[in-house]
Design a protein around this ligand. Structure first.
Ligand SMILES: *[C@@H]1O[C@H](CO)[C@@H](O)[C@H](O)[C@H]1NC(C)=O
Ligand SMILES: *[C@@H]1O[C@H](CO)[C@@H](O)[C@H](O)[C@H]1NC(C)=O
Ligand SMILES: *[C@@H]1O[C@H](CO)[C@@H](O)[C@H](O)[C@H]1NC(C)=O
Ligand SMILES: *[C@@H]1O[C@H](CO)[C@@H](O)[C@H](O)[C@H]1NC(C)=O
Ligand SMILES: *[C@@H]1O[C@H](CO)[C@@H](O)[C@H](O)[C@H]1NC(C)=O
Ligand SMILES: CC(=O)N[C@H]1CO[C@H](CO)[C@@H](O)[C@@H]1O
Length: 392
């Protein structure tokens, strides 16, 4: 299936000495929040968690995605269905922006509540057309009763990070082709879970640049004025050290691994991170499962979002795409083109049937296939990535 997608394309040019300005190109908020997103409409055939990411019709009828009286977008887990043990998947939401954003973009995410609870695994993240080969940035991600947000970048083999990178978060895995990606744990307070909600939430900004990927987090009381004023043009040059930095370095030519990115909001349950027994046990009792009445287990499993905004750098037409600038040092100026391109990504036949047991079988088959892919190793992954990049 060949279909058209809108792509926000940008190329960049380094101009040392001027301000680092970004102009608003998309505002996902209020009554129109859901207009710019597609609902997934399948069981989790990607990360194999125990959910059915419902389509828009069902999201509306089950009241799982809507705009509340405060004008904020809600995405939540079904907490009213009493799921019997033979039904492995609970209904939740996964939405993806129709737009793709290229280097020279800045995404801002303002939430007052993130999903949390035992088995709950929410994320606000980005991906290219052919996940996982076109790069992935995890901006907000956490599991179970974890207290701090974890940020990450995923690439195919050939990219490592190190302790010498300047960032306020704590570095975890350093090989970006590792299953967890290269990870950074937030050190500011109130970045996830109950504390995030009780503190009035917070804001993340992610700079997606030819110089690398840089993520800032501010708890509610620290959000900078450029963002609280709802300005359509913002200067980020005073933001200082980011929570997580994934700069282009000799050990990681990061941009080589990325194509234009879509934004994704989803809630998974159990699965390959939240559900791993040793990890699950560190904050929750028993074994990860999604069965039973749903309440109170999922009463806190919801996003409440003020807005998601996408900015790009404005300015004159580009003449160059090279830069080695640090995130807050010199400056990048970018000309934006909104274009339509054709893509073969996203094709394929629907998978899974309605019944619990055959979903189980399909889950098992895909799980086995996924293990096979991992076993083939990085050389094949790199080759696949190369083909995909060439095709794009
Ligand atoms: C939405 O999903 C439900 C249940 O999976 C299905 O019955 C229905 O046909 C779908 N609707 C659309 C418009 O795809
Ligand atoms: C913020 O600004 C955008 C346009 O720049 C506007 O569409 C939106 O309604 C504003 N939001 C608020 C909460 O004022
Ligand atoms: C880094 O990757 C970009 C994009 O593929 C490429 O244009 C550039 O030449 C690479 N730089 C180095 C030093 O390999
Ligand atoms: C389900 O969760 C919502 C919050 O998202 C809460 O208001 C409600 O009381 C919970 N329980 C039931 C049974 O709906
Ligand atoms: C997963 O399901 C979606 C929606 O039906 C489909 O577009 C996609 O191709 C499927 N992906 C895989 C890896 O099976
Ligand atoms: C999240 C969830 O539904 N957990 C359930 C897992 O199973 C135990 C009983 O074995 C329930 O008590 C939990 O509520």
């Amino acid at each position: 299936m060949l279909f058209r997608r809108s792509v926000v394309l940008a190329t960049s040019l380094t101009l040392v000495g001027s301000a680092m300005g970004y102009d608003l190109v998309r505002d996902y908020s209020g009554q129109n929040f859901f207009d710019g997103w597609d609902f997934y409409g399948s069981w989790d055939n990607l990360t194999l968690s125990q959910v059915w990411w419902v389509n828009e019709t069902r999201a509306t009828s089950e009241h799982l995605a809507y705009v509340n009286d405060a004008g904020r977008a809600i995405l939540r887990v079904d907490n009213t269905t009493n799921l019997p043990p033979n039904m492995p998947n609970r209904d939740t939401i996964r939405i993806t922006t129709k737009d793709y954003y290229d280097f020279g973009s800045l995404w801002v995410f303002d939430a007052t509540h993130l999903p949390y609870g035992c088995s709950v695994w929410p994320a606000f993240w980005t991906k290219g057309p052919n996940w996982p080969f076109d790069g992935e940035i995890d901006i907000v991600e956490g599991i179970n009763l974890q207290k701090d947000n974890q940020m990450a970048v995923h690439t195919t083999q050939g990219c490592t990070t190190s302790n010498s990178i300047v960032q306020s978060g704590s570095i975890g895995f350093t090989d970006c082709s590792h299953g967890s990606g290269c990870t950074v744990r937030e050190n500011k307070p109130n970045s996830f879970g109950q504390n995030f909600a009780q503190n009035g939430g917070g804001v993340w900004a992610t700079q997606y640049d030819v110089a690398g990927v840089f993520i800032w987090y501010w708890p509610r009381s620290d959000v900078p004025a450029e963002l609280t004023s709802n300005a359509s043009s913002i200067d980020i040059s005073s933001w200082g050290t980011p929570s997580a930095a994934f700069p282009v370095t000799p050990q990681c030519n990061l941009t080589e691994f990325f194509t234009p990115q879509q934004l994704v909001l989803d809630i998974a349950l159990c699965g390959d991170w939240a559900g791993v027994q040793s990890i699950y046990s560190s904050t929750c009792p028993g074994t990860c499962n999604v069965t039973g009445p749903g309440s109170p287990a999922y009463d806190n499993a919801w996003f409440e979002i003020n807005y998601v905004r996408a900015f790009t750098t404005g300015g004159p037409a580009p003449t160059s795409t090279s830069t080695t600038s640090a995130p807050t040092g010199s400056t990048t100026s970018i000309a934006t083109v909104i274009a339509t391109v054709t893509s073969t990504a996203g094709s394929g036949s629907p998978t899974g049937s309605g019944s619990g047991s055959s979903q189980n079988d399909t889950n098992a088959a895909v799980r086995a296939a996924a293990v096979g892919v991992h076993a083939v190793g990085a050389v094949l992954l790199s080759l696949v990535a190369g083909v995909v990049l060439a095709a794009w």
